[in-house]
Design a protein around this ligand. Sequence first.
Ligand code: XIL
Length: 364
Amino acid sequence: MPPLNRRDFLSWVLGSLTGTTLASKSWASDRPAFLKDYAAENNLLYGAATQYSILKRDRDFTRRFIEECAILVPENDFKWEKLRPAPQSFDFTKTDWLSSFAQAHNLKLRGHTLVWYKALPEWFTTEVNQTNAAKHLVNHITTIVERYAGKIHSWDVVNEAVEPKDGRNDGLRTSPWLEYLGEEYIELAFKTAAAADPQALLTYNDFDLAYDTPEQEARRTATLKLLERLKAKDIPVQALGMQGHLYAGSDRFNAVKLQRFMQNVADLGLKIIVSELDVVDRTLEAASIFRDRAVANIYREYLEIVLTQPAVIAVITWGLSDRYTWLKKYRPRMDEANVRPLPLDHNLAPKLAWEALARALQRF
Ligand code: XIL
């Protein structure tokens, strides 16, 4: 990145102090104005998760989404409980709309997710068993992946299959899929997805891989071992999704450990996608001027570490604006103030987190 000129620098300092400067004003006017442009300068994709129901009703948000993003991840619409009303049926109304929307607005589309232990429909418990689990898995993946073949940038084929706390030697999470099919469910899922769409980048996606804690170190180790086993068997896994749900608190990053993990992943020939970035702000004091600065610092620290790795191809935040974030429900603040985990505020204006992203996406 070229050095900041004096005007930019003063504006940045002022903005950091007051927390009020609009991000776009602190940049020279000949610079691109949106996150996707900063990312593209470095051959990266920036995008966010959102939902059919939001894009259908909020025109201002939709306009900002198209401006800032180059890739869209349906936050829930591809999940089993949304797509599978009954054991033999699929309801593609929303995902078809999202696929056309993405195409119309030149957005890449990321599929999330084909195999997960959560978000299963109610009928799953009574219908799926050891005898028919493989048939259900293959039918689900084949039907969906074939339908959108050629239109998907990457599929989260398997989500959150690792859980060292479950105490197994292989570090895998005990889930219905594991119980019915053994570890092979993961291979079956990747092979089936590859056969249905040879173009999409097939991703293994997991969380809690960033911090220097014993739990997250164990998850990094187990994830790497899983990826090594899959690659040794020539299973078509092509990328790791590091979710990146970060939080303000006492846990710290360890650049050496995190970079070593990512290098090990890259050495297996895998790409890396930062797939669900956001920052929980529940432990921070209420005033948004302080909160926004602390949240932006966490974005900056994390991205300065992970974006040194050339295998990273995309950075995706789990939502674009604080107007819509799962953390409102899942990690609310004690003081009931609105949570502020994302790059844009409630009014769709860039926050300091947006600035941090814009700078980091240029890999400086
Ligand atoms: C979350 C969605 O954001 C919520 O709207 C939904 O109620 C629950 O799931 N890891 C994942 C995502 O892989 O699918 C989760 O999304 C967040 C954690």
